[in-house]
Design a protein around this ligand. Structure first.
Ligand code: HEC
Length: 103
């Protein structure tokens, strides 16, 4: 085996391990949800609307719901939903999205 091939063989598993460690985490996402006031407006355990805020239970099973729409809504807000674009770090956002998929 040449040196470069050997390096390659060592690098791939290292990247996979690093990737798994950085993968978005639903548990952390729940913390973001609880600490970002989302909880104050949105129900997650019933289908019941609270004020104007729709319940987020089974969010991704709602008719026509896509990840792009969810991201857009959280970033830009509108119609009573505050914008979170400036408030959440990239990894918090990824964790949050992962959590929302578990609802
Ligand atoms: C002050 C109350 C309030 C807070 C805080 C809030 N939201 Fe909302 N959210 C709303 C309202 C009202 C809507 C409906 C907006 C609309 O009809 O366009 C909404 C819509 C949404 C939607 C689209 C749901 C659907 O069925 O169309 C998502 C997803 C969402 N919010 C997620 C979040 C997340 C995640 C957080 C926390 C980071 C959050 N919201 C914080 C009030 C809030």
């Amino acid at each position: 085996m040449t040196i470069s091939k050997r390096l390659f063989a060592l690098t791939i598993p290292a990247i996979l391990v690093a990737g798994a460690a950085m993968a978005a985490d639903a548990k952390k996402g729940q913390e973001v949800f609880e600490n970002s006031a989302c909880m104050g407006c949105h129900n997650t355990d019933t289908d019941e609307k609270r004020g104007n805020a729709p319940a987020l239970k089974a969010l991704y099973k709602k008719e026509g719901m896509t990840e792009a729409k969810v991201i857009e809504k959280i970033k830009k807000g509108g119609n009573g939903m505050p914008p979170y674009e400036e408030q959440l770090e990239k990894d918090q956002f990824a964790d949050l999205l992962t959590y929302l998929k578990t609802l």
